[in-house]
Design a protein around this ligand. Structure first.
Ligand code: ADP
Ligand code: MG
Length: 337
């Protein structure tokens, strides 16, 4: 008798969930990204106890086709890619087909959905490996309810921080997603308190005003830049409007919020000596490029990406920022705020 055996689906999903689902904010991110991929124009997120008790995401996207429900929660099931070539030109936020399987392996999930067709509404309840599907009524779109996160993985539960910290993570993710999709109306509510709200007007400056406040939004400068491979656009703050952390720097690549140290550095370099030591600007910069030039399949959460032609891009960012700041009338206004 050998010693090797295959792990159960539940156990391997729980192992995968360790990478994808770290905290309530990870669930928020995955479900909201799914809603966007489903073409939603309105996405509402309701948390109970910072998401530890419950996370509910309601969207008006395409909804699930009834026949897809049986497999949607299995690992590596996706409607977003099918061939090897697709992997090199990802146009959706998701593609790994892991989120729903991971979430369902560490929480109790209920989903109500309809694709808008007659009698297509369904309600599905998943606990562990068991799923039950029954007819239900729902407007076109999906309501996902995730309760008791990490109820069966005590080590994960213990690792979570205070309710306030967990809520801050969810609000941060929602902010970044809202900045990436000005044309989608988002709300984030925790225990009845509204934390994030955008109108979906399509106006990025309006989103920034809603999230960071009007005084900041009024001091932003529009930026536009382009070279052979990249187009960048967005807003940067005047040097007088700064923050003590880099949290207010957002870079989006083809609609996906990403973290990239080199891009932050390039932006700050564009300000040169105009920034005080330890102060950082507010900026939202959307980068558009051929998906071939960016590998998003580096980490399960897709926050880190690998860029081809990174120096060309960082140069473009620095030059564009420098140019915009050089062309405005820089009255030596207050150096602090
Ligand atoms: P991925 O997003 O990588 O494809 P997921 O596990 O997140 O994998 O989702 C699996 C599939 O379920 C998706 O490919 C999509 O077809 C469907 N799906 C998930 N969420 C929604 C939603 N809110 N509306 C419609 N379909 C959805
Ligand atoms: Mg997904």
């Amino acid at each position: 008798m050998g010693k090797i055996h295959q792990l159960s689906a539940l156990l391997s999903n729980q192992i995968a969930a360790g990478e994808v689902i770290e905290r309530p904010a990870s669930v928020v991110k995955e479900l909201v990204e799914n809603a966007i991929d489903a073409g939603a124009t309105k996405v509402q997120v309701f948390l109970a106890e910072s998401g530890l008790k419950q996370i509910q995401v309601i969207d008006n996207g395409s909804g699930f086709d009834p026949e897809d429900l049986q497999i949607a929660f299995l690992r590596h099931t996706t409607s977003k890619i099918s061939s090897r070539e697709d992997l090199f030109k990802i146009h959706s936020l998701g593609f790994r087909g892991e989120a729903l399987a991971s979430i369902a392996s560490v929480a109790r999930v209920t989903l109500t959905t309809s694709n808008g067709a007659v009698a297509a509404g369904r309600r599905m309840t998943i606990t562990g490996e068991d799923g039950q599907i029954e007819p239900a009524s729902h407007p076109q779109g999906t309501t996902m309810t995730v309760a008791d996160l990490f109820y069966n993985t005590p080590a994960r539960l213990k690792y979570l921080k205070s309710l306030a910290t967990e809520l801050r993570h969810s609000a941060d993710i929602m902010n970044r997603i809202a900045l990436s999709y000005p044309q989608v109306a988002f709300t984030l509510v925790n225990d009845g308190r509204e934390l994030v709200t955008t109108t979906g007007s399509g106006d990025l400056q309006q989103v920034i005003a809603g999230l960071y406040g009007l005084p900041v939004a009024k001091e932003l400068l529009p930026i536009q830049g382009k070279n052979l491979d990249f187009t960048i656009s967005g807003y940067i703050s005047r040097p007088a409007v700064t923050r003590s952390s880099k949290n207010y720097l957002s870079f989006l690549i083809n609609g996906r919020y990403i973290r990239n140290y080199e891009l932050n550095k390039a932006l700050i370099k564009g300000y040169g000596s105009k920034l005080m030591v330890g102060r950082y600007p507010v900026a939202v910069i959307a980068i558009t490029m051929d998906p071939l030039l960016v590998d998003v399949n580096v980490h399960p959460t897709k926050r880190e990406v690998r860029l081809s032609k990174e120096p060309e891009l960082t140069n473009l960012v620095t030059q564009t920022v420098r140019q915009v700041l050089g062309s405005v009338d820089l009255i030596p206004d207050a150096l602090t705020n």
